[in-house]
Ligand binder design. Structure first.
Ligand code: APR
Length: 366
């Protein structure tokens, strides 16, 4: 299921198949077509010459020769004529037919360039939309890892343009200094994200373990004045008042694990495992690992991907993250971006990954 945006030269990608944005002759050209033929060597052109060309929207497979993949799937995208000559349907057919050939060739991983978005003039934002929608639909029915290569700045800019409101929200959220945020009550720590500690205080020099042994909370940094307000409002008590427990006692008090909460939520929502991991952009093998180990500790992006797939509200997202040992923080753009979409009720991992990619952050899923 996983789908990723990447920014790199497709000719160097070590996947099972790369897709070439070719022309009807299949006899090479410029752009990514020229790059693939140059990297593959003359053998590719000789094989292409035997294929008798390719119609727009269709796809044909060849060997990869000197390329670090198994196959090259050549497809011919539509030339852009304003969008009223069937261009979207033909472009979607390029992705669908290429993916079908990849599936029929037992490919587990495929990389696409942004077909038609170069010489053929397809507006990049629209080309991305068609690609994401078509690939996303295909991956609901197939287990395959698909990469969409956004090679030039125009393509990356096209994605970034889609997130003006998010950029504004991020700007606001990141501009407010932690101390002011803490005082305003709108800060992360008030929302149970991170709790502040005194700047330059003795406590700040303590190790994490020492600090945890003093107060029952994690911390971020804020001014001392806010720390007083924080302590008053949280009525912090030193852990020393907790009755002494043996290690065995402690170990019998394990909370529900990440995996246990994940499967409880899948059941509560009446989802199948496959529906959940596909929606989370997680591959089947990783899900099987989690399924077989109740103590499995996922990466933060994996935990967040499941929270989104389960459409958890913010508090339950924090709870699920917490069970994997993570917190949502207003100190990290990636966390803020995911929080923005959860607050907006947009539980679409593909769309969130577009935004994460646009802001150069790690994508959700694995
Ligand atoms: N790796 C990944 N992507 C690339 C690379 C590369 N090495 N080189 C170019 N691209 C990107 C471009 O930035 C663009 O976003 O591939 C996308 C498709 O652009 P083109 O290669 O121009 O393909 P297209 O618009 O479909 O036009 C096809 O151009 O090269 C000729 O023979 C080809 O006639 C055909 C036409």
């Amino acid at each position: 299921m996983p789908f990723f945006y990447v920014q790199r030269d497709i000719t160097g990608m070590q996947v099972d198949a790369i897709v070439n944005a070719a022309n009807n002759s299949l006899l090479g050209g410029g752009g990514v077509d020229g790059a693939i033929h140059a990297a593959a060597g003359s053998g590719l052109l000789e094989e292409c010459a035997k294929l008798g060309g390719c119609r727009t929207g269709e796809a044909k497979r060849t060997g990869a020769y000197r390329l670090p993949c198994r196959y090259v799937i050549h497809t011919v995208g539509p030339v852009w004529h304003g969008g009223t000559c069937g261009e979207p349907e033909l472009l979607a057919a390029c992705y669908r037919n290429s993916l079908q050939i990849a599936a029929d060739s037992a490919c587990e991983s495929v990389a696409f360039p942004l077909i038609s978005a170069g010489v053929y003039g397809y507006p990049k934002a629209q080309a991305i939309r068609v690609a994401v929608d078509t690939i996303g639909a295909f991956l609901q029915q197939h287990d395959m890892t698909v990469y969409l290569v956004l090679y030039d700045s125009g393509a990356i800019g096209a994605i970034a343009e889609r997130f003006g409101a998010l950029r504004q929200w991020l700007g606001d959220a990141l501009q407010v200094p932690p101390a002011a945020r803490a005082a305003s009550g709108a800060s992360g720590w008030k929302m149970g994200l991170m709790k502040p500690r005194r700047k330059n205080s003795v406590q700040a020099q303590q190790s994490d373990d020492e600090r945890d042994s003093t107060y029952a909370c994690e911390d971020a940094v804020c001014d001392n004045a806010d720390m007083d307000a924080h302590e008053a409002s949280y009525a912090l008590r030193p852990l020393a008042s907790v009755p002494a427990l043996t290690l065995d006692d402690m170990l019998t008090q394990l909370d529900e694990s990440f995996a246990q909460m994940l499967f409880r939520k899948i059941d509560e929502r009446g989802m199948t495992d496959a529906q959940c991991y596909k929606k989370a952009n997680i591959d089947r093998k990783l899900f099987s690992k989690i399924r077989s180990n109740p103590q499995y500790r996922p990466s933060k992006t994996t935990a967040l991907a499941f929270a989104v797939a389960l459409e958890l509200p913010l508090d339950e997202t924090r709870e699920l993250l917490g069970k994997a040992g993570y917190a949502l923080s207003h100190s990290y753009r990636a966390d803020l971006i995911v929080e923005y979409f959860i607050r907006s009720g947009v539980y679409d991992v593909m769309r969130i990954n577009e935004a994460l990619f646009a802001f150069d952050q790690t994508l959700l899923g694995a």
